[in-house]
Design a protein. Structure first.
Length: 179
């Protein structure tokens, strides 16, 4: 109808409304990304710089120790090969990464290096492994109890560090890696 005479003036209002909704959604997204996050009453850092600020503020180095623990386990598995400072390897694809921070239920500080896999194409042979939901866990335990099955559990600390890739990728290490 906006193409008909008498209605054309309302086309501007429709465009204005779309812009207004877009700006409102962008503001929500911005506040969601920058809003402080707490786990068990402890402020979770957004990045390495924020980690260092929180450690200095609290007079400890708990967050930095969690980063070092994660990076040490990465070194233990020889996940990365150092090409040297400022050298970009040929025929390699650059990927982004970030560190996710969390506090576990036992108040253990946890840092996890995560590649931004959302920026790469998903291969057709990809196998998806999700985190089990609490509902799924309860259902599994219930079925095991009904069938008198023995239940075993394990925690895999760094499952993907041993997974080889067919792609040649590289990252540019940030301050969290140290020298």
């Amino acid at each position: 109808m906006l193409e008909c005479n008498g209605w054309k003036k309302f086309a501007r209002l429709e465009n204005w409304q779309k812009k207004l909704f877009h700006k409102a959604n962008q503001a929500k997204l911005q506040s969601f990304c920058t809003a402080p996050t707490y786990h068990f009453g402890i402020l979770i850092p957004h990045n390495h710089k924020h980690t260092m600020e929180l450690d200095q503020l609290h007079g400890n180095n708990l967050w930095r120790e969690s980063e070092v623990t994660e990076l040490d386990s990465i070194d233990e598995y020889n996940t990365f090969q150092d090409f040297g400072k400022g050298k970009t390897p040929k025929r390699y694809k650059k990927i982004q990464y970030h560190i996710k921070y969390a506090v576990k239920h036992d108040l253990q500080f946890k840092a996890c290096l995560v590649a931004n896999g959302n920026l790469t194409e998903t291969p057709l042979t990809s196998i998806y492994s999700s985190v089990v939901s609490l509902h799924g866990l309860r259902l599994s335990l219930f079925l095991a109890e009904l069938n008198q099955l023995e239940v075993w559990s394990t925690d895999i600390g760094n499952a993907y560090l041993e997974a080889y890739t067919n792609e040649k990728v590289y990252v540019i290490a940030g301050d969290e890696f140290g020298d």
